[in-house]
Structures are given as C-alpha cells and as structure tokens.
Design a protein around this ligand. Structure first.
Ligand SMILES: [Zn+2]
Length: 249
C-alpha cells in the first residue's frame, strides 16, 4: 500500500514529465482513493477499461492515453462525462503518461517494443528524442522483420517495402508517429516501424527506398503501461494487472 501522493511524485520524477512538451497533462488526471493498493494498467482510459478496472477492484489506473487533450473545449458531457463519472464513482486514481511513457528508456513503449522485437536500441532520434534505432541484427531482411512483427505483436503489419535493400539499421516510434518517417531516414534507417499510416508515406518509401511498416497504434503501445505498472507494483508492494481492451487500430 502507498499514498497516492507518493506514487504521483515517484512517477513524475521517474518519467521526467517536466521535460516534455505534450498534447495533454501528464501524471494524475483524476483523483481517487488516497491510498493505492491495486493498480490496473492499460493503453487507453476508455469506459471499457475503467469499468474493467473497477470490476477488478482497482483503486489506481495507469494508462498511456488519458482523458484530456489539447483542443478539447473542457465540457464534461457525453462519453467524457461517462468516463469521469465512472472513475469518481469507484474512487479510481487515473494516472496518464503520454510522450514520457513513449520515451522512457526502460519502461517506455518504444523501449518495450524494441524488447518484443529483439532489437537492441543504440540510438535515439527525432522530435524530443522519441525515435529509437538499433542494428537490424537477425532482422536483416524485410521478410524476417515482418515475421518478427507478426509474431511479436500478433497481427500482420501493413508493409511499404522500399527498394528491397538489406536492412542494416531499423528505427521505430510507437503510435501515430508516421510523421517521423523522414527523421528516421535522416537518422540512417533502412526500415521504419510505427503504428499508423497516412497518405504521404507510400510515396516516401518508394522515392527513398526505405521500408515503412504500419504495425498498429494500439498494438505498438501495448507494452509500456504494463512494464511501468509491474515496476510500480514491485517498488511499492502493490498488486498489478494489465487489462487488454481489444482495439484493431
Ligand atoms: Zn498513442
């Protein structure tokens, strides 16, 4: 058991939240019980996850995608009201860490995605150093890389194959980081993995020869929250469980 405030300051320091320019507030987003005993981690603070956490007896929910984002007008209506109401009714603390959780060198989404794919990070690149890169190692051809993604993430990526070169270096950035493709190319990548695909990447892959793999936004961001939750549980003697809410994205 631990005080909410103790958990809050530990997480804010561990994830260096002050160092990031982000699209929403990082840290405690909704205040619940003063004492934390049972943590549920998940990717997104959806109503389904909040209800599953409540059914699991959690007093603390730890997610990558919280409730509040730049551009919202601040009204607690509709789906947002329903989510906030469920958290408050069950006295669940909501901790959300967006870019700080992508970036963390051990528990972050990108560090954990590298672990799942068997890639040993040796460089960072791009905006706020969110991009990770590694020697291709055993994944030196595109077929092997696609197979590793399929096996590790449990779903086939959408592949823009580039020029068929041997892969020397692989770069990645979880979630909606398709805009980081050019930074990855500039950083020397022969293939770039992220969650999503937009229109420009197909042309860039053809014209630069660098392969692009869209592996799923949710699928690439499934590993940071449980790694952080497990660490928190060990550090403070809490119970922890990751709850997967299926998402085809
Ligand atoms: Zn995301």
């Amino acid at each position: 058991m631990a005080e909410r405030g103790e958990i809050e300051s530990y997480l804010n320091t561990l994830l260096a939240v002050d160092r990031f320019k982000d699209y929403g507030p990082n840290g405690l987003q909704v205040e619940g019980a003063a004492q934390c005993r049972r943590v549920v981690s998940g990717v997104t603070a959806s109503l389904a996850l909040i209800e599953a956490a409540a059914a699991d007896g959690a007093d603390t929910l730890l997610v990558h995608h919280g409730l509040f984002w730049r551009g919202q007008d601040g009204r607690l209506t509709g789906w947002l009201k329903a989510r906030v109401e469920a958290l408050i009714r069950h006295e669940i603390n909501l901790f959300a860490f967006h870019l700080p959780l992508d970036a963390h060198a051990e528990f972050g989404n990108n560090a954990q995605l590298g672990r799942v794919l068997g890639l040993a990070t040796d460089a960072r690149f791009g905006e706020q150093a969110l991009g990770f890169a590694a020697p291709a190692g055993a994944l030196a051809d595109l077929g092997a890389l696609v197979a590793a993604v399929q096996a590790g993430l449990g779903r086939p990526p959408t592949v823009l194959p580039g020029d068929g070169r041997a892969l020397r270096r692989i770069a990645w950035c979880s979630g909606g980081a398709q805009g980081g493709f050019e930074d990855a190319i500039a950083a020397g990548a022969d293939a770039y993995l992220t969650g999503e695909l937009s229109e420009p990447q197909a042309h860039l892959a053809r014209e630069t020869g660098v392969a692009f793999l869209a592996c799923g936004h949710h699928a690439t961001e499934r590993y940071g929250a449980p790694a952080l939750g497990a660490h928190l549980a060990e550090r403070f003697g809490l119970e922890h469980r990751f709850i997967e809410i299926d998402n085809p994205a």
